[in-house]
Design a protein around this ligand. Structure first.
Ligand code: ZN
Ligand code: ZN
Length: 763
């Protein structure tokens, strides 16, 4: 037994030396390749010679790999023989049968032959000169200094599994029968002979044409998507799908996701979480615990992906029992979660490319070199299973294509989509008074209300509830949300004043005893606006507010008075700041001489400080606080409607009226014409109705329409029909007589536009 162990040790040490050689050769190949890439001039002069050198080194490398492979098989045999003897001895000694397990693990724990074929994770050999050190730093291939430990272990494990698989295959081949010939029917009708468990779809394609073999992305075998290098298992119908095929596209992008996954693992050492397919391109989720992916890192990831593509790493498929996979992925709680919760079959597949071994159903492209152009362009947050209660993940997006033109077309489309983004277009729409209408959320976390001070002083009036682990509240006002909008990017004095207007729904928990019709409600909307300006702009902006007020209220026919308010009882902030803040409450006087408090114009120095709002001033000071002017002209829209209804006593001015026109036919023969007139006026934008009640006299109909406060009543008979006209009277029974339809529409349009309070007389 001691002799057996010695033999194994000898093989292992030979192996280690070979490994060292290969590492060195690999580094040489890289160095020469880089030299060639970095010095195109020199390359022209010495190119052919260098290329020869590289080719020769590669050939040597291949040869060494081959020898290594044979040594490895030899070693495995030695070790398993030894293990068998050991376990037999143990069994004899009457020990428990746990030894059988050890024999599975034993052989490969011993030797550090991890990553020969996968130089990406190898530590670079000791550098020869200082220049080389410098070069390494800029070489993306050497970006990764310390790949995570689990990668090495995992790769070792994978190689063991792969070898087991190969041995099994070899054994079954030896004792298998000779009738292994299968018939492969290609989609175009061609029939090819092959060998079961040997012939691959790639070989089938290559037999037809090498070009076809190279452009095929994935195969479909008996209707099932199939890796191009996965041997056929019996007679089969084979379809060869190129990138134009949607299913192939999905495989292409899915395979690109593995490349991104490999880069993410190498760069961050995080845990990869499955990447659901969807949309154009691909993305990958990665769990980084307490770190986030920054968009500044995307170019690094992209160049790592490009390096992986250059390596032409093959995708290797293995079918493994769930039990073993739990061991393979024991470092990764997410994989274990999937294996325990999602995998119902006794075995499932893993795929390897480069140092990445990923739990995946496949299929994939043949090797990473099939991806021609790749772009990593976006990152965002995600949650495990899209559930915010679960772990937060980082998501990185990419897209890839078989050629540059398709990438260029994709980029053009993205550009177009950006230009058409409604958010961009929305920003370009302006109101007459230069307010930007914005929409802000209806509820916010209490953290925001704590920052604004509402939580401390106003929370009893807010509707609150729990979401996830946070307390949220429906907004009672828009100011804090608008402060967030101001703060979302740096601001300059050049863009001031910034005027935001919001008709968002507000909720205030008023005492139930105070609720009354529309004047005091718990859910309402305001014409709420916030002007962010500099101290120097205050006067001009307040003037603008007052002019706005004047123009709206005079349109309604209100007179108003202005009151300067002192601070409220529950005031926010320091006294001295309130002394600087002025609040103008505006009271309007209605038709009965009653005063109503509606509009507010309030100067606020406090909120910008609470939210730490700043802008860069003209002289470069980037810590300047803006001033906020809170402005509501109508105040609560609901309350304003109540005030207007009472003010007009139901006699709404024509431009505001919900009942502008009533059409009345003089008899049944004119009903059709009356309907026509009503629909003509409706289409011109007026609120028009028609009275077809035959049980009512003409006079009664006119009377009813007047009581319902229709501004205008059109009576139509045969004469009006012949002349294409209407006979016009008003709700106050002023008779304007027969007027052509065209001219009536014209007059009403003008009256509506002028917002006159006296349309019935001015007609
Ligand atoms: Zn996959
Ligand atoms: Zn406000």
């Amino acid at each position: 037994m001691a002799a057996e162990a010695l033999a194994a040790e000898a093989v292992a040490s030979r192996l280690a030396r070979q490994e060292e050689d290969i590492r060195w050769l690999w580094a040489e190949v890289h160095r020469l390749r880089d030299e060639q890439l970095n010095a195109p001039d020199r390359c022209q002069a010495e190119g052919p010679c260098l290329t020869r050198e590289v080719a020769q080194l590669r050939a040597e490398n291949r040869e060494l790999r081959h020898r290594l492979y044979r040594l490895r098989l030899c070693l495995a045999e030695e070790l398993s023989h030894q293990a068998r003897l050991e376990s037999a001895a143990r069994a004899e000694a009457g020990r428990e049968a746990a030894g059988a397990q050890a024999s599975n693990l034993l052989p490969f724990v011993v030797i550090g032959m991890s990553c020969l074929l996968f130089p990406f994770v190898c530590q670079p050999p000791p550098s020869q000169s200082p220049e080389e050190d410098v070069k390494k730093e800029i070489d993306p291939d050497n970006e990764v200094k310390n790949p995570p430990n689990f990668m090495k272990e995992r790769l070792k494990f994978f190689e063991i599994l792969k070898k087991d698989h190969q041995l099994l295959l070899a054994i079954s081949e030896k004792k298998g029968d000779t009738s292994n010939v299968i018939t492969v029917r290609v989609a175009d009708g061609r029939i090819v002979k092959g060998e079961a468990w040997k012939t691959t779809p790639y070989q089938v394609a290559a037999e037809i044409s090498q070009e076809l073999a190279e452009t095929t992305v994935v195969a479909k075998v008996n209707g099932e998507l199939w890796d191009l290098d996965r041997p056929l298992e019996g007679d089969a119908t084979v379809e060869l799908l190129t990138f134009e095929d949607e299913e192939a596209q999905a495989v292409y992008w899915h395979s690109s996701a593995h490349i991104l996954g490999e880069a993410l693992e190498l760069h961050y050492g995080g845990l990869l979480c499955c990447s659901p397919p969807g949309g154009g391109g691909f993305h990958y989720n990665v769990y980084l615990e307490d770190r986030a992916v920054s968009s500044a890192e995307l170019p690094v990831l992209q160049s790592m992906c490009q390096a992986i593509i250059k390596e032409q790493q093959p995708f290797e498929r293995l079918e493994v029992s769930t039990e073993v996979l739990l061991d393979l992925f024991k470092y990764d709680k997410f994989k274990c979660r999937i294996l325990k919760e999602k995998v119902a079959t006794p075995t499932t597949t893993v795929y390897r490319c480069g140092p990445l071994v990923e739990l995946c159903k496949g299929p994939h492209i043949r090797h990473t070199g099939n991806i021609k152009v790749i772009k990593i362009f976006k990152n965002s947050l995600a949650y495990w299973a899209d559930n915010p209660e679960m772990e937060m993940l980082q998501r990185v997006y990419g897209v890839s294509f078989p050629d540059e033109q398709q990438m260029a077309a994709w980029e053009e489309l993205q550009e177009e989509a950006r230009a058409r983004d409604h958010r961009t277009i929305g920003k370009e729409q302006h109101h007459q008074r230069n307010f930007k209408e914005v929409l802000s959320p209806n509820m916010y976390s209490c953290k925001l209300w704590e920052a604004s001070g509402h939580w401390q002083h106003y929370s009893e009036n807010m509707f609150t509830f729990d979401i996830d682990k946070d307390t949220f509240a429906l907004k009672p006002m828009n100011c804090p949300g608008h402060c967030l909008m101001f703060a979302h990017r740096p601001r300059s004095w050049r863009e001031m004043p910034i005027r935001l207007a919001d008709f968002g729904v507000l909720h205030r928990n008023e005492p139930s005893g105070a609720l009354s019709g529309l004047t005091c409600v718990r859910r309402f909307q305001q014409d709420d606006a916030h002007i962010f300006c500099t101290v120097g702009q205050i006067e001009e902006e307040i003037k603008g507010c007052l002019q706005f007020l004047q123009s709206v209220y005079s349109t309604f026919g209100f007179s108003f008075q202005l009151n300067l308010s002192t601070r409220p009882e529950n005031f926010l902030g320091k006294t001295e700041l309130w002394d600087e803040a002025e609040k103008i409450d505006v009271e309007i006087k209605d038709a009965l001489g009653r005063y109503h408090q509606c509009a507010t114009i309030q100067l606020d120095f406090q909120l910008p400080i609470r939210f730490n709002l700043t802008y860069v001033s003209k002289d470069g000071d980037d810590k300047k606080n803006p001033v906020i002017i809170h402005q509501a002209i109508l105040g609560s829209v609901e309350r304003m409607i109540a005030i207007l209804s009472e003010n007009y006593g139901g006699k709404w001015p024509f431009w505001l009226s919900p009942r502008q026109v009533m059409v009345i036919p003089v008899g049944p023969t004119c009903e059709k014409y009356a309907l026509q007139i009503s629909s003509d006026f409706f289409e011109e934008g007026f609120m028009a109705d028609v009275d077809l009640d035959r049980g009512c006299t003409l006079n009664n109909k006119i009377r009813n329409a007047q009581l319902a406060q229709y501004n205008f009543i059109f009576v139509v008979g045969e004469k009006e029909e012949t002349n294409n006209a209407v006979n016009v009277r008003t709700r106050d029974n002023k008779i304007h007589g027969e007027i052509s339809v065209i001219s009536t529409i014209d007059k009403l349009k003008n009256l509506k536009q002028s917002r006159t309070l006296n349309a019935e007389e001015e007609f």
